[in-house]
Design a protein around this ligand. Structure first.
Ligand code: FAD
Length: 410
């Protein structure tokens, strides 16, 4: 590796992890981490959970400035990469300077999908960054009427936080149920029940036609002609990968920045990882996916670091995701839509697991929900079974007393 070293664009979960992983893998040359936000790299999951429920969310940083310094990582915060000149291997920065690279990692993440007719509203907010969370938290006072557009994970976590703060909360979901893309109906139903029990007004199958500012609030108009007024509207309708920088540099884009199994883009000197990239998942026969998940960002950051140093390791991790809402935690290992048959195991106290099997009996995903940590251990074991492409007997999976660990030993 020459003098120009390695540049990472995006100082989030993935970029921050990648920078340290380069050092752990023995890289001694220059490492520059460029981040558009003014904050040190921090964790996003708490922003919609306890942090928000408690008031001003605390930024849980990945490492403090001294640790970056100590590892010889040059941090350039509040600085955006605006252009990549792939021919000269240079990144143009928002301060007008150029930064040369031998290897470049794009860890640019994703941004909230915008609702076009809410663009001019002063009372419609989105959540992605610490600053977004602070702006929302500052307005979640008791008695405030909060409408959340989108019954996905982020919308529902904010709904739970807002109820804990004493707000009147309505969730609007256009599809026929909550969490359509991500979880099986049994789990979505349990999530819906806990929200209703905690006083959230769920409006499922409801489409919005208009959002208009009226004085210190908003009027939300529905397809059926009815309307609702609120003090604050939070929009959580998905995320869009930040792939424009790569696209403008001529790198192949396919549902985000397209990478191969080693996280290399169509330009051999440039890698991409985390929420911004789509990649082939070997456990599902190379199916291309883009994941928006904390652990994937960490794993891929570390893998991209090793592969920028020519390790040539393929991505082999099983996708894993969790969400906390009220006293419930849900976890998913693998991709639920790969399953053709579901086997249920009840764990007591309302907790249950669903095992998703392929036609040939292989375990391809496991999902579970319950209070606190009740499903964590079994999902962890399921993840290992999925990774091993195991085909456990359905009767064993269904039996509450059968130990998943024994299936691993088999
Ligand atoms: P990001 O964390 O988005 O970081 C990308 C960084 O790149 C950003 O700081 C951005 O400003 C910067 N950037 C972009 N373009 C440029 C540029 N041109 N120049 C310089 N910098 C640039 N996952 C779970 O598994 N479970 C959860 O419970 C969960 N909860 C979440 C709650 C919230 C509110 C959010 C927003 C996400 C949550 N996630 C959760 C998802 C998880 O946080 C993300 O998958 C993870 O942060 C992705 O990491 P990343 O580094 O790829 O992207």
């Amino acid at each position: 590796m020459g003098d120009r070293g390695i540049v990472i664009v995006g100082a989030g979960e993935c970029g921050g992890r990648a920078a340290f992983a380069l050092r752990e893998a023995g890289h001694t040359g220059p490492v520059t981490l460029i981040g558009a936000e003014r904050h040190l790299p921090y964790e996003r999951p708490p922003l919609s959970k306890d942090g928000m429920a408690g008031g001003m969310p605390a930024a849980r940083t990945i490492a403090d400035a001294d640790r970056f310094d100590g590892a010889g990582i040059k941090l350039m915060l509040a600085t955006e990469a605006v252009f990549i000149d792939a021919a000269s291997q240079t990144v143009r920065l928002s301060d007008g300077t150029d930064c040369g690279y031998e290897r470049l990692l794009l860890a640019t993440g994703a941004r909230p999908r915008r609702l076009p007719f809410a663009e001019t509203s002063r009372h419609c907010l989105y959540l992605r960054t610490h600053d977004d969370a602070a702006a929302i938290a500052a307005r979640l006072a008791a008695e405030q009427r909060v409408v959340i557009v989108g019954g996905g994970f982020i919308g529902l976590e904010i709904a739970a936080a807002a109820r804990k703060r004493g707000c009147a909360v309505t969730v609007i979901e256009a599809m026929h149920r909550l969490l359509v893309r991500a979880v099986p109906v049994e789990i979505a139903d349990m999530v819906a029940d806990v929200h209703k029990a905690n006083g959230v007004d769920l409006r499922i199958g409801t489409s919005i036609q208009s959002i208009t500012d009226i004085g210190e609030g908003v009027a939300i108009g529905f397809g059926d002609g009815r309307s609702l007024t609120a003090d604050l509207c939070i929009i959580g309708i998905g995320a869009v990968p930040n792939a424009e920088l790569a696209g403008a540099a001529g790198i192949t884009i396919d549902n985000g920045i397209s990478v191969d199994e080693t996280l290399r883009t169509s330009d051999p000197a440039i890698f991409a990882a985390g929420d911004c990239c789509s990649f082939p998942l070997s456990i599902y026969g190379g199916r291309r996916v883009r994941l928006e998940s904390w652990r994937n960002a960490q794993d891929q950051g570390a893998l991209a670091a090793r592969n920028m140093l020519d390790a040539g390791e393929p991505h082999a991790a099983v996708p894993w995701f969790w969400s906390d809402q009220f006293d419930l935690a849900l976890q998913i290992a693998g991709l639920v839509d790969e399953g053709r048959r579901v086997v249920r195991r009840d764990l007591g106290a309302g907790a249950f697991l669903l095992f998703h099997l392929a036609d040939d009996g292989r375990l391809v995903a496991a999902s579970g929900i319950g209070p606190g940590n009740s499903v964590a251990r079994d999902i962890r074991l399921s993840e290992m079974l999925i990774g091993r492409r195991a085909a456990p007997p359905a009767e064993t999976l269904a039996a509450p007393d059968a130990k998943l660990k024994s299936l691993l030993a088999a």
